[in-house]
Design a protein around this ligand. Structure first.
Ligand SMILES: Cc1ncc(COP(=O)(O)O)c(C=O)c1O
Length: 433
């Protein structure tokens, strides 16, 4: 099928909500490590991994070997939870080993949206309260509850009702909603969670949900101390703390397996997806035992969650991250890349802010450094110029003006240099355009 035929079929038979990147969309056919190839045989350095989903590189040899062994031995593909299978509990055990202390019980899902549905259902069941507090600029998925918790008008639907959720201001230092400076603020954004609970709920909540770094929002990194202060506020109102680690998890931020631990917070529930399956449709939550056990006596299931192939891929991804020291590499390469990007910023004033940590790095583009007018068209152009340079990057933010970089955690220094060189050339092209 040629690309025009694919596009025509997409237009005719697929929902129009999923829009491909680029004026001439790319048709990717092959992948290995940090690289992907298109239908013409062109090779690209992939530093976005679909949507932040490739954590140990495309087609990691250890995963490929296990898939081949399973296929060659006619391993069962679909067991559901109705029959015994070692893959499901083995993955849950591994998740408990890498999760913060006290989180021991998992529910395996097929996506991040489903994981967050389950996280909220668990919190509501445990507390007996319906209200959930989310953040403006937050994103938690495309199903009913996560969409209600979404803090972006761009993703919401006018006809879609939202119930029992409320939103506090985002901890968005570059555009502080309280007009403060990052270095000298009093964490007014954390206080706003209290204000939101006091003014828009009964004073009791089921949970607060937030991403340690707001991914779709444009890699918005809250100020130091934010999560801890919010945690104490949430506890004082009887709520559970849910850390949505769909983008930040699996060691991407370079310090711990789950980014919330970087802040010294022990959440009640963590949700995950994307990088945990390294491209396989895998999601999960891990919760405190008493939270999970509050659902006892109720029937609740999904058909595919934790089936052998995807559970094996997630478990092997965890092994690879641990065995190959990839959290350390994310830290080291993340620092190296950030320094390189900060060097670029000196030559290209369109880069207003560089943020994030580990291998989750964002560049917010602005037309003017003082007024901070968003540079959305410029961000779209950078994506096109990067593609010309054979580099795949992502974009995000409420106004789609944030360039997002999330390479595999095993990216090498040489690949980081390649990435920086390609980014430089893309920004030079933008400056000339
Ligand atoms: C932080 C976060 N949570 C949840 C989701 C939803 O995950 P999925 O698309 O797998 O349903 C996303 C997807 O982008 C996400 O970024």
């Amino acid at each position: 099928m040629n690309n025009d035929e694919i596009l025509q079929l997409r237009q005719k038979h697929l929902y129009p909500t999923k829009v491909p990147y680029y004026k001439t969309p790319l048709h990717l056919v092959r992948a290995k490590g940090s690289y992907v190839w298109d239908d013409k045989g062109e090779k690209y350095l992939d530093v976005i991994g679909g949507i932040v989903s490739i954590s140990v590189g495309h087609n990691h040899p250890r995963i490929v070997k296990k898939i081949k062994t399973m296929l060659e031995s006619d391993a069962i593909q679909h067991t559901t939870f109705l029959y015994l299978s070692e893959y499901m509990p083995e993955l849950a055990k591994k998740l408990a080993e890498v999760a913060p202390k006290g989180l021991t019980k998992c529910y395996l899902t097929n996506s991040g949206s489903e994981a967050n549905e389950m996280a909220v259902l668990s919190a509501r069941t445990f507390t007996g309260e319906p209200m959930v507090v989310g953040l403006q600029h937050g994103y938690h998925g495309g199903t009913t509850t996560p969409l209600s918790l979404c803090g972006h008008s761009t993703w919401k639907f006018r006809s879609q009702p939202q119930a029992c959720v409320t939103h506090a201001k985002a901890p968005y230092c570059y555009r502080c909603p309280f007009g403060q400076k990052k270095e000298s603020c009093n964490l007014e954004c954390a206080d706003d969670v209290k204000e939101t609970i006091l003014t828009t709920t009964s004073g009791k909540i089921a949970a607060f949900i937030c991403e340690p770094i707001l991914g779709v929002g444009g890699f918005i990194e809250p100020p130091v101390g934010y999560h801890k202060k919010v945690y104490d506020i949430v506890k004082s109102f009887g709520g559970l703390y849910i850390s949505d680690e769909v983008q930040t998890g699996v060691g991407r931020t370079g310090l711990h397996f789950f980014a919330i631990e970087d802040s010294g917070v022990e959440p009640d529930i963590i949700s995950m997806a994307k990088g945990i399956g390294n491209g396989a449709p895998m999601g999960a939550i891990i919760a405190r035992a008493e939270v999970a056990d509050s659902l006892k006596g109720k029937l609740h299931f999904n058909t595919f969650g934790g089936d052998p192939y995807q559970a094996m891929q997630a478990a092997t991804t965890i092994d690879i991250i641990r065995d190959e020291g990839l959290i350390e590499n994310a830290n080291k390469m993340g620092r190296y890349l950030k320094e390189g990007l900060q060097e670029l910023q000196k030559s290209f004033p369109v880069i207003g802010d560089i943020r994030g940590r580990g291998l989750l790095l964002g560049l917010e583009l602005v037309k003017n450094q003082k007024t901070k007018e968003v540079a959305s068209a410029e961000a779209a152009q950078i994506l096109e110029f990067a593609k010309e340079e054979k580099l795949l990057i992502g974009k995000g933010g409420l106004f789609a003006n944030v360039i997002r970089l999330a390479p595999p955690l095993n990216i090498s220094k040489a690949e980081c240099d390649e990435l920086l060189g390609k980014m430089k050339r893309a920004f030079e092209k933008l400056a000339k355009a």
